[in-house]
Design a protein around this ligand. Structure first.
Ligand SMILES: Cc1cc2nc3c(=O)[nH]c(=O)nc-3n(C[C@H](O)[C@H](O)[C@H](O)COP(=O)(O)OP(=O)(O)OC[C@H]3O[C@@H](n4cnc5c(N)ncnc54)[C@H](O)[C@@H]3O)c2cc1C
Length: 495
């Protein structure tokens, strides 16, 4: 049977939407099939009783005009009708004895504050803040500008020249996690608080430094209206380019004939035939379910058997009849006595309010999220998430008097919810767990084609370990770049 379209894309998350946009820009007819009833995948938000609850996006790199990743989002129409807010303080960490660590994004302010907090750790603090200053000049997007498989000797030489001034900081801060760094501090509060400065203790220090640097550069904003506003803008761009999205259309099989992908079949039996198939959803599900594990090799088995997913989270979103705007917008509370959530002790609870975006709550009211990093396995076989949420609210109400009685609306999300609504393995938030040990994997990349199967391609946070919105969008962009090259077309990122 003849293909009815050039490319069918599985998933309307940011990687799938990006692949679709660049496909259309380059003259390919494409169709996106999406299991959910709206675009965005993990980059989403939902409405409940007059409140909008975000799935958890804290910042998007590339929102500062002329800065790294900005052009990418412009190409994708992500700024069309969307405004962004910027924070000067990433979060605060509160200890049990009234100690407060303010994670300023401005390196001089951070330096001064940390020195007041822990003068005995001046050497460590100097080095850390110096690193943040250096990363202000670092263009993270340079590593993904072009598909690695298409880079020429000239491209590599140019990249080498760009990276050279940063070799020192990259070498030093990619090999150390925040927990490792905190372990070097003498001050007891700094030792305890530092791993949680970016809500991710295993993360290589350079990732946190880049985050502060980009925040300080005004290049890491949050979309007004929540993450869904951002996703909808890109979906709109795709449709305007002539693309087609089919929602509530879960794919159950990639159709293969003579070892060539020829389309997809939905769970309702409908088929879409295409000359090429791009999977922009969970890698494990793609390889082992949609393709029944028929196209694998040792490298792929080793990757999927041997690596952990990024932690997921338990998030209790509250719509409250209370004004939180005078509170710091994000506090991680270090509990003296841990609270058991899903039978696991947790001593760090994040509380974030969204008053910086008044569109998310009725006037005078607030959206407040309680966040706990958690493992998928803790939630398997449980159906008491509401009860767990209730206990967490009770515990947090001690820090926010009046909270309990001001609650209008509660929404609870566990790793099982992220898995159910986006199909991501174990509800992972950013694909593979990115640590100092897995960082080389990110730089090298993971397979985007499967052995023995033609006309089939993979993008998403599972092909770019560490995920994040600009990186997965580039993953979609780069795949179309490669397809253009296969067809002898020159890639153009505009319509
Ligand atoms: C709590 C949280 C906080 C985060 N914070 C940030 C942040 O601050 N900044 C940042 O840059 N990134 C952040 N991220 C990461 C970022 O959201 C993800 O890396 C990115 O959205 C992944 O996009 P994707 O297209 O690869 O996959 P997904 O978003 O998972 O999209 C995959 C899509 O495929 C669909 N799908 C799955 N299976 C099928 C099927 N069988 N048939 C049809 N469709 C299917 C899904 O419904 C989904 O829409 C965060 C993530 C989470 C969860």
């Amino acid at each position: 049977m003849a293909p009815t379209t050039d490319i069918v894309i599985i998933g309307a998350g940011i990687s799938g939407l990006a692949a679709g946009c660049y496909a259309q820009m380059n003259g390919y007819r494409s169709v996106i099939v999406e299991a959910h009833d709206q675009p965005g995948g993990l980059c989403t938000a939902w409405h409940r009783q007059g409140y909008t609850f975000d799935a958890g996006i804290h910042y998007i790199f590339g929102t500062g005009e002329g800065q790294p990743f900005y052009e990418l989002w412009q190409e994708l129409g992500a700024f069309e009708g969307v405004e962004f807010t910027n924070q000067t303080e990433f979060m605060q960490i509160h200890g049990g004895q009234g100690e407060v660590l303010r994670v300023h994004s401005q390196p001089d302010a951070l330096h001064e504050h940390l020195l007041t907090l822990a003068p005995e750790d001046a050497k460590l603090i100097d080095a850390f803040c110096k690193g943040v200053r250096k990363f202000k000049e670092f263009d993270l997007s340079m590593l993904q500008q072009k598909p690695k498989s298409l880079m020429t000797a000239t491209d590599w030489a140019r990249l080498g020249k760009q990276v050279l001034p940063f070799m020192g900081v990259l070498g030093k801060w990619s090999q150390l996690s925040l927990s490792d760094l905190a372990g070097q501090a003498q001050n007891p509060f700094l030792r305890r608080a530092m791993p949680h400065m970016f809500a991710w203790p295993d993360v290589p220090v350079m990732v946190g430094m880049s985050l502060l640097a980009y925040l300080d550069n005004g290049n890491a904003g949050s979309p007004v209206g929540g993450a869904i506003a951002f996703s909808r803008a890109i979906a709109q761009r795709y449709l305007a380019l002539g693309g087609e999205i089919h929602y509530s259309a879960p794919v159950e099989r990639v159709l293969v004939e003579n070892d060539q992908a020829v389309g997809i079949r939905l769970t309702n039996g409908d088929e879409h035939r295409a000359a090429r198939v791009i999977s922009a959803c969970d890698g494990r599900r793609t390889i082992f379910d949609l393709l029944k594990g028929n196209y694998i090799n040792r490298r792929i088995e080793k990757l999927y058997d041997g690596h952990l997913p990024m932690h997921s989270q338990f998030q209790v979103s509250l719509g409250v009849n209370m004004d939180f705007s005078h509170q710091p917008h994000w506090v991680t509370h270090l509990l003296e006595e841990p609270i058991a959530i899903a039978d696991q002790p947790h001593a760090e609870i994040g509380v974030k309010h969204y008053c910086f975006d008044p569109s998310l709550a009725p006037p005078g009211n607030s959206v407040v999220s309680l966040m706990v990093t958690t493992h998928y396995s803790d939630w398997q076989g449980r159906d008491d998430a509401t009860l767990q949420a209730d206990r967490l609210i009770d515990r947090m109400a001690a820090f926010y008097p009046g909270l309990r009685s001001a609650i209008d609306c509660v929404d609870v999300v566990t790793p099982l919810s992220y898995e159910k609504f986006t199909g991501n393995w174990q509800g992972a938030s950013c694909g593979w767990l990115l640590t100092k040990d897995t960082l080389p994997l990110m730089i090298k990349g993971v397979p985007k084609r499967l052995p023995g199967l033609d006309n089939f391609y993979m993008v998403s946070q599972w092909t770019e370990p560490g995920g994040s919105l600009p990186i997965v969008a580039l993953s979609g962009r780069n795949m179309i770049f490669e397809i253009c090259r296969e067809d002898g077309r020159s890639f153009k990122p505009t319509n």
